[in-house]
Design a binder for this molecule. Structure first.
Ligand code: ADP
Ligand code: ZN
Ligand code: ZN
Length: 750
């Protein structure tokens, strides 16, 4: 008898069972069990039912036939993984280190089917409506009369209106149905996520490409015509019209019957991006993100699978949209840290996009005003085609920039966060009825509470980080831990030394708003940070309101610096440019340069020229100087040389292995053994740098201890090999209570 077997990955993320288990496909399920589908299977000693994914089907038993159990059933509410996404999951597991099930879950942003929305309608069934009306009138059946009269003018009325506005009870509807007068019908539809204001974009005339945009779009189109698929790096200054280039390239692939994914780095950019794209592609555009309900998300992926949309816009998880014929992946602001996943597998969307595009024969466009050092060096090496746009579209000049030295300001006795020059400029813009954006890279009232007698800050007892001060809910203020939520009332004396010289240090968005209100009581302000944007659509509301001119000054964190386009903004103030410089991270120079350049790009987007004012305690730092000069090449050369010299990515590759556990001793012991394992195995690898085990900057979170190993080598594959050895070793020792994570080329230091 011929028998068929399925290779199944069990839906439990644990190293010890991170392998394939074979099951028999019973005859009655043949045909239903396909690669990628979710199945129920007996697992473990008790044969309790578990879920799993079929990742392969074969006719050969790999184990003793009598010990292989049969699949119980195919999950009815499970979403199947597309086979191409399944192999992408395998690639992700291999390259970033995680269990297979975690990798499968990564490529499946929606794991369960969600019922579609059903709308019910009342439909008229009789021809002789007048005699019906007469009958109800005679019986004085008021509700029925209301419905029949409403149906005189309209054949179909939604049930919500019948029971709502018309106030007809469901019993009355039922009775009329039984009398054969009406019929209740149903229709199901996809959940719509785009709002009216996104879709009814002003129908202004189609933009005429300028010469450089035309040249780039033409090159892309002719590459497509010639069957060339590759990766392009579009380096365009802020306002150079990169979006317009994306649109034209996407239009080309749609003409070829293919689809496109557009990745954006921030939820806050969804509104304006979708709006821009619907102007060209109408309702063939949709978006996904974490603010959607699971039903809304599920429906968007279904529409993509069925070919009902051509463009999906979203954060890094949109990369796994199950398009049948993917033609192009656009990654806007490709340098952004949000493209790297925080959870294992800690994949980078840029690399995964390149891999998916390679396998599926699609092109990739990476766009940025400040390309990552990684991408730019690959472009320099000829691996990516470099496109450069040095001027703003429609020939508007770049904003004028000026640096204010805060040390000088302090010496002159100005202790405000607003320097004299900035205050003068703000007053000038208010008087001219132009708008201002103020950017501070911190949220909360003050960043943390600090004692000027002993130098201690007030810390979280569980997380080893300073508590942040909030005044939203309570006039006396509370201190909150951003990692675990621990909170206490703000102390009036220092918990360490008893001094009364305790208070706020640094500045956050709320403090800036207060200061602005004090200096300019007549100015209308809006604040945008994580605290004011926690609700669905709150981003859009704040931005729309500012766009309509309902406020003079928008104060915010990095959320406000990316991409937003407000024609009436002629002044951008960066209140403390240094804040990103001091986090002890090899990318901090790059991050500072990016933020300042992006922020500068917000000024003067309309007809009026813009000005950018950078306040700093370090006016000589190369990242700040380069940003003020808007000189990417200068920045790139300095930064690239520093990375090579220090053996940081991209010149070298880096792997961080982090272990987390509740028992400090056990954790230290495992990390020491892991160190010896790697040392021993790679003793002849002269070019391997192995540092640790050491305490990360935050050595305890929620009472769990953390330790890290830093490993560097030029060759990524050597690091993958080390990861594999560590994984195998962990499986053998099966030490419970300690979790190990891998992070290749991390975006943050630990
Ligand atoms: P970027 O993403 O490069 O910062 P955008 O794509 O947001 O820039 O474009 C900036 C502004 O320039 C937008 O308002 C856009 O509509 C406009 N724009 C783009 N291309 C042209 C063009 N060829 N002519 C006129 N305006 C353009
Ligand atoms: Zn103190
Ligand atoms: Zn905490």
């Amino acid at each position: 008898m011929r028998e068929i077997y399925a290779d199944v990955i069990i839906d439990i993320s644990h190293e010890a069972i991170d392998r394939v288990f074979q099951y028999i496909i019973p005859e009655k399920l043949e045909g239903d069990v396909t690669v990628g589908c979710q199945v129920n299977i007996p697992f473990g000693r008790g044969n309790s039912m578990r879920k799993g994914y079929v990742i392969g089907i074969s006719e050969k038993a790999e184990y003793d036939r009598n010990r292989i159990k049969p699949i119980a059933s195919v999950c009815t509410d499970g979403v199947a993984v597309e086979s191409r996404l399944l192999s992408l999951a395998g690639w992700i597991k291999e390259r970033y280190g995680s269990t297979m099930i975690a990798a499968i879950q990564t490529v499946m942003p929606v794991k369960k089917t969600v019922k579609s929305v059903v709308t019910r309608y009342v439909v008229l069934k009789v021809d002789d409506i007048d005699s019906c009306e007469y009958r109800y009138l005679k019986k004085n059946a008021k509700a029925k009369l209301r419905l029949i009269r409403a149906l005189k003018n309209r054949d179909v009325i939604p049930m919500s209106e019948v029971t709502g506005k018309l106030a007809v009870s469901s019993q009355a509807v039922k009775a009329m149905e039984n009398e054969g007068v009406i019929e209740v019908t149903e229709s199901s539809s996809y959940r719509r996520v785009t709002t009216d204001s996104m879709e009814n974009a002003d129908d202004r005339e189609e933009i005429i490409l300028n010469d450089i945009q035309r040249k780039i779009a033409d090159e892309f189109c002719s590459d497509i015509d010639n069957g060339i698929r590759k990766t392009y790096l579009l380096h365009g200054v802020t306002g150079s019209g990169k979006t317009e280039v994306y649109v034209r390239c996407i239009r080309k692939v749609i003409e070829e019957g293919r689809q496109a994914i557009v990745l954006i780095p921030e939820i806050a950019l969804t509104y304006q991006t979708v709006r821009y794209f619907t102007r060209y592609f109408g309702d063939r555009v949709t978006f996904v993100n974490s603010k959607l309900s699971s039903g809304e998300k599920y429906d968007q992926f279904e529409r993509a699978k069925k070919g009902e949309v051509d463009v999906v816009i979203g954060p890094r998880s949109a990369l796994f949209t199950p398009f049948e014929r993917l033609g192009l992946i656009v990654i806007d602001e490709e340098h952004e840290g949000s493209y790297k996943s925080d959870n294992p597998p800690k994949y980078h969307a840029r690399d995964v996009a390149l891999e998916r595009a390679r396998v599926e024969g699609a092109s990739v466009i990476l766009g940025s005003a400040t390309p990552s050092i990684e991408s730019y060096s690959r472009a320099m090496a000829g691996e990516f085609r470099l496109w450069t746009m040095n001027n703003r579209a429609a020939d508007r000049p770049l904003a004028q920039t000026s640096i204010v030295d805060l040390r000088e300001e302090l010496r002159r006795g100005n202790r405000s966060i607003i320097s004299d020059e900035l205050a003068l400029d703000i007053a000038d813009r208010l008087q001219k009825k132009e708008q201002v954006m103020l950017f501070i890279n911190k949220r909360g009232y003050n960043s943390f509470v600090f004692c000027r007698s002993c130098g201690e800050s007030v810390k979280c007892p569980h997380c080893d980080v300073s508590l942040a001060k909030h005044i939203d809910r309570n006039p006396h203020g509370r201190l909150i831990c951003h990692y675990c939520g621990y909170s206490i009332p703000e102390p009036t004396v220092c918990p360490s030394c008893g001094s009364k010289l305790i208070g706020g240090y640094g500045a956050g968005t709320e403090k800036v708003e207060q200061e602005v209100n004090r200096l300019f009581p007549e100015a209308r302000t809006l604040r945008m940070d994580r605290d004011t944007t926690s609700k669905k659509n709150s981003h859009e509301q704040i931005l729309e309101s500012f766009g309509r001119g309902e406020a003079d000054i928008l104060i915010g964190t990095q959320m406000i610096v990316k991409g937003h386009d407000f024609a009436n903004v002629t002044l951008v103030g960066i209140l403390l440019a240094d804040l990103t410089l001091f986090n002890g991270d090899y990318r901090s120079g790059e991050r500072t340069f990016d933020l300042l350049t992006q922020a500068a790009g917000r000024a003067g987007r309309g007809d009026k020229p813009g000005k950018v004012l950078i306040q700093t305690y370090k006016p000589d730092n190369y990242a700040i100087v380069a940003a003020a000069d808007q000189d990417y090449d200068m920045f790139y050369k300095t930064e690239e040389a520093y990375r090579s010299f220090m053996r940081y990515p991209p010149a070298w590759n880096m792997l961080v292995i982090m272990a987390v556990g509740g028992d400090e001793e056990q954790l230290a012991n495992i990390m020491d053994r892991m160190y010896s394992l790697i040392r021993g195995k790679y003793i002849n690898e002269k070019k391997l740098s192995l540092v640790g085990p050491s305490d990360p900057a935050i050595s305890k979170i929620k009472d769990m201890y953390r330790k890290v190993l830093y490993i560097k080598h030029q060759d990524y594959d050597v690091l993958v090999d080390i990861k594999d050895s560590v994984e195998n070793w962990l499986r053998d020792i099966d030490e419970s209570g300690v979790n190990v994570f891998f992070d290749f080329n991390p975006m943050n230091m630990y």
